[in-house]
Design a protein around this ligand. Sequence first.
Ligand code: ADP
Ligand code: MG
Length: 389
Amino acid sequence: MSKSAAFIPPGATLGVLGGGQLGRMFAQAAQSAGYGVAVLEADEAAPAAQVTGIHLAARYDDPLALDQLAHDCAAVTVEFENIPAHSMQWLESRVPLAPAPQALAVCQDRAQEKALFARLGVPCAPHAVLAASGGLGAVSTELFPGILKTARLGYDGKGQITVQTAADLPAAWAALGGVDCVLEKKLDLAYELSVVMARGRDGCSVLYEPQQNLHRDGILFASFSPGAPITPDIAEAAQNAAATVAEGLDYVGVLCVEFFALRDGRLLANEIAPRPHNSGHHTIDSCTVSQFELQWRTLVNAPLLAPRQHSATVMLNLLGDLWFDATGQQREPDWATVLAQPGAHLHLYGKHAPRKGRKMGHLTCTAATPAEARQTALHACTILGLEPF
Ligand code: ADP
Ligand code: MG
């Protein structure tokens, strides 16, 4: 598609590939500005399918459904990085698409992400690429203890195994199916952070301040914005690195770069999400422009207004675990008490079957100060039975 940046006015239909919560929140944001939304998603009951006017219930590579999407939509985006490359290429030749297939391909593959970081001079973890076709060559002992990660399809800590020594590597690799992998040195993290940003077709970018991210069992547990340990220097370095990545990919759309802040003071890039990110959900309630509004703005070639954060916030993920009591009996969390907390904003994704580790929703606690937001979030933890942070 050409870089024509003609404004697509409200009333047009925007398409999204993928029907999860990110697609749902994209749709809700776009709809509130008067756009129609079409979602391509096989699952009839998917979170985004529940809220969009047009639901194409088909696989991401279904030719008829892709044809319908290209026909119905003025522009198309993704909420999920693992859209098949040929679907993306097919769409790109028929409808404005953001992000572009090439950018998505890099973000689908940890090995390619690492190569991009190296090419752009963005520091990342020491690592080795294990190619399924190549067999196990000599791997530097420097990388142990390490974390072996599948190059593709991993999320929420899935597709990862900690490997203590070189002797444990063959078994770990076999356990991951012998697929293409990246072995990363296990780092001594002081904390984690991420930068969400958007870049338009005209090359102009806007960035949020980084948020601090706390993971439990490889899944995001909470995001803090502002994040107490993030110094102005680290914030600037992280924003510069994210902007460098977006430029390097000639990226159009919303992008998130996750980072590790090490105890020795270094900042290393971890991975790239070519879409709005869980750690940016707070922007719905804490900023003048949310990450989902930026996503539709990039799609319709509207100006990307610099978001201003008006509230301090702590976001808590609501995993399916909350729907079970200590004996394993299913229950409904005490929403009435949660909703009585000033500054608590409840977001549930309409998923019907709670499962442990499944992201069912999130709770954003906003306040005038970080300390107050923290208090509200801690109180919510008590109400919900979450271990405090
Ligand atoms: P994904 O988010 O796709 O599951 P990540 O690579 O971001 O995969 O890993 C998930 C989490 O695991 C990270 O946010 C971090 O908490 C931890 N982790 C990942 N890689 C390392 C590493 N090299 N050293 C220390 N901790 C890590
Ligand atoms: Mg991650």
